[in-house]
Write a protein that binds this ligand. Structure first.
Ligand code: SF4
Length: 336
């Protein structure tokens, strides 16, 4: 999907699935290591090859305003188009890069949909690694899931092309995008990517009517300054509006960053305050089970409308997507 030959007598191809737009000579792979040019045709190596599969609370994605309290059948293939030094899932996302192979259990889209229904899930999430790099598989699965009433969710670094986003429109109902920092230099140095395409995609996702939540993993010493957090919070408010939920997530030492300590709770709380100060209505501290800010409060009267403790979610004061106390609307998808 979304590739082209460079010319009639040229065996090189350009992949237009993500913003890297790799130009790949015959016999070579793209940056993600899971798309290969074989004799002038670009092939995906991960279609129908599941590396991870779980039934997760939708809150784990995290999506807090999307079918709250439901379960999402969650799958991934190996591979990623980023190579974040701090990746929390590097064992599967960086597998093709680290080991040079693409393992996975065979599963057709129909089998994934069947398994999701058997497990009583309300949605299928394409998650853990980067779904952009297995977009053909994800969208084929979404096409089969949708008529059966299952919603479809991407958890993504937001680096897909706008062409892919348009193909996702109408099939993918919700996305959580990582906005990792407010500086291009961070993206270049730590993820091997650029910031601008991610920012452009955030706006397009909203324009396409796909539900959007944003996550920022706050890493001590890298993106935890007041200035940077305020830039991110302001950007979300100014460009996307006050209703986009912002998840401020705690870093744990992983992959190439085992020497960096976990994010102190006080830093996450500082970021939370910044998000609220710039005007965002829904700001959550993540990866700190039991934290006071996990619950959703009505932005008008402050009533707790959805109570959370870790992944235990209880809808306590919502009526048809509005606060049961004051009637103010609470943004989201399939809100009770
Ligand atoms: S999906 Fe892979 S091959 Fe295609 S542009 Fe992105 S990194 Fe390159």
């Amino acid at each position: 999907m979304l590739w082209e030959r460079l010319g009639p007598d040229d065996q090189r191809v350009r992949c237009n699935l993500c913003a890297h737009r790799c130009v790949i000579p015959p016999g070579r792979l793209g940056v993600c290591r899971v798309r290969e040019n074989i004799d002038g045709t670009l092939y995906t190596l991960v279609y129908g090859r599941v590396i991870s599969e779980n039934v997760d609370p939708i809150e784990k994605k995290p999506l807090f305003h999307f079918q709250p309290g439901s379960h999402s059948f969650s799958i991934a293939t190996a591979g990623c188009n980023f190579r974040c030094a701090f990746c929390q899932n590097w064992e599967i996302s960086q597998l093709p890069r680290e080991q040079g192979d693409v393992p996975g259990r065979p599963a057709t889209p129909a089998q994934v949909v069947q398994a999701a229904r058997r497990a009583g899930c309300s949605s299928i999430s394409y998650t853990y690694t980067e779904p952009t790099i297995y977009a053909e598989y994800a969208l084929d699965t979404a096409r089969q899931a949708q008529p059966l009433g299952l919603r479809n969710v991407f958890v993504s670094n937001g680096y897909m092309t706008q062409e892919l986003l348009r193909l996702m429109s109408g099939l993918i109902d919700g996305i959580n995008v990582d906005l990792k920092a407010g500086r291009g230099e961070f993206y270049r140095r730590l993820s091997g990517a650029a910031l601008a395409p991610v920012l452009a995609n955030l706006s397009t996702i909203l324009q396409l009517g796909i539900w959007l939540e944003v996550t920022t993993l706050v890493i001590p010493g890298l993106n935890d300054s007041d200035d940077e957090l305020r830039w991110v919070g302001r950007y979300l408010f100014d460009e996307l509006g006050p209703d986009v939920p912002w998840h401020i997530s705690r870093f744990y030492p992983q992959y190439h960053m085992t020497d960096t300590p976990p994010t102190p709770t006080s830093t996450l709380e500082r970021a939370w305050r910044i998000g609220r100060d710039v005007g965002l209505r829904y700001v959550y501290v993540g990866n700190v089970p039991g934290h006071d800010t996990e619950s959703t409060r009505c932005p008008a009267c402050g009533t707790t409308v959805i109570h959370r403790y870790g992944y235990h979610t209880q809808v306590v004061a919502l009526r048809k997507g509005a606060c049961a106390r004051c009637g103010a609307s609470i943004a989201g998808v399939d809100m009770p």
